[in-house]
Design a protein around this ligand. Structure first.
Ligand SMILES: NC(=O)c1ccc[n+]([C@@H]2O[C@H](COP(=O)([O-])OP(=O)(O)OC[C@H]3O[C@@H](n4cnc5c(N)ncnc54)[C@H](OP(=O)(O)O)[C@@H]3O)[C@@H](O)[C@H]2O)c1
Length: 291
């Protein structure tokens, strides 16, 4: 398969590009101007998510599938225009389009565990993202094999949000969490997530949503403790009050870090045969890629 990947230089997209290349697919990276080489990519095309004409031009007839692993811009209209531009050349062809969303669209789950059929209840940082998901899935009506992947908090390769916990621990000499150590995050290893995209590209029917989560609800206090061990520090854990974290990180992101969720991904295991195999987040933090 020849797969156009948007975001192939990013955390999620670079693992995906590598995974696809290892599996014998040909990756075409859509990168912003100035990039001439991208790891894992056989070809680099230039474009920007803010430039719909360039996006449409990049989806040439030799492209079998498109994966969008770029970030939201904060502008709902611009993001919708990017989806339209990327899916336009795919309409009526049955070719695949995979959009990367995230579990924050589900909001706080309370005592329940959210699955792929649960309603969305987005927190402000992802406020309009369910609309973008709906726009993607609507392309299924027009002959696009359109799907949505919602990763949990991604760990692995020493990166992502867990890397920030290690940085805080190093700065404080102790574990630090926002708001409450009992807050739970759904987690996924970046390489297991890359496997999920490969399975979705291979087999997922049009109009479907897939959760990329391997651990439904890991207390952030456990993650912060493991981050402190990765940083080699042993001080007493501290709680960063939400208002103070918001002043430094911005309120939407601080709220997201304080979001308590439990999210399952049974559908990907049952229907796509997804078999995650990488270390869990605490093990990865304290004895793996963050050490
Ligand atoms: N990381 C997580 O824990 C997590 C969890 C759930 C969902 N997600 C979602 O997964 C997606 C990827 O996240 P990530 O963590 O991999 O982000 P990331 O590391 O910041 O990577 C973003 C990628 O998108 C590219 N990009 C940014 N703005 C662009 C633009 N205007 N035009 C074209 N390309 C652009 C970046 O290219 P440059 O190299 O040029 O900057 C980079 O390749 C996002 O939609 C995010 O919301 C992530």
């Amino acid at each position: 398969m020849r797969v156009l990947v948007i975001g192939a230089t990013g955390y999620v997209g670079s693992a995906l590009a590598e995974r696809l290349a290892d599996a014998g697919h040909e990756v075409v990276a859509l990168a912003r101007p100035g990039r001439t080489a991208v790891a894992g990519a056989a070809e680099v095309r230039t474009g920007d998510l803010a430039d719909p004409a360039a996006l449409t031009a990049a989806v040439t007839p030799d492209i079998d599938a498109v994966v969008h692993a770029g970030p939201p811009s904060g502008d709902a209209e611009a993001d919708a225009a990017a989806i339209d531009a990327l899916t336009a050349p795919l309409r009526g062809t049955g070719r695949a389009f995979v959009y990367t969303s995230g579990v924050w669209v589900l909001g706080a789950t309370g005592a329940a565990t959210a699955d792929e059929a649960s309603p969305t209840d987005p927190i402000p940082i992802v406020g309009y993202r369910p609309e973008i998901e709906r726009r993607v899935l609507a392309a299924a009506e027009d002959g696009v094999r359109a799907t949505v992947v919602r990763p949990g908090i991604v760990h692995g390769r020493g990166g992502g949000i867990p890397g920030m916990l290690v940085g805080w621990a190093r700065a404080d000499g102790a574990p630090r969490v926002v708001a409450d150590p009992a807050v739970r995050w759904p987690m996924v290893h970046v390489d297991d997530l890359a496997d999920l995209y490969a399975a979705v590209l291979a087999d997922a029917p049009a109009g479907t949503v897939w959760h990329g989560v391997t651990e439904p609800a890991v207390p952030v206090g456990d993650l912060a403790g493991a981050a402190a061990r990765a940083a080699g520090v042993t001080g007493e854990p501290s709680v960063w009050p939400l208002e103070k974290a918001a002043a430094e990180l911005g309120e939407p992101f601080a709220q997201a870090l304080a979001l308590d969720q439990s999210v399952s991904a049974g559908q990907a295991r049952d229907r796509l045969g997804w078999r995650p195999s990488r270390p869990d987040a605490v093990t990865d933090l304290q004895a793996g890629s963050y050490a």
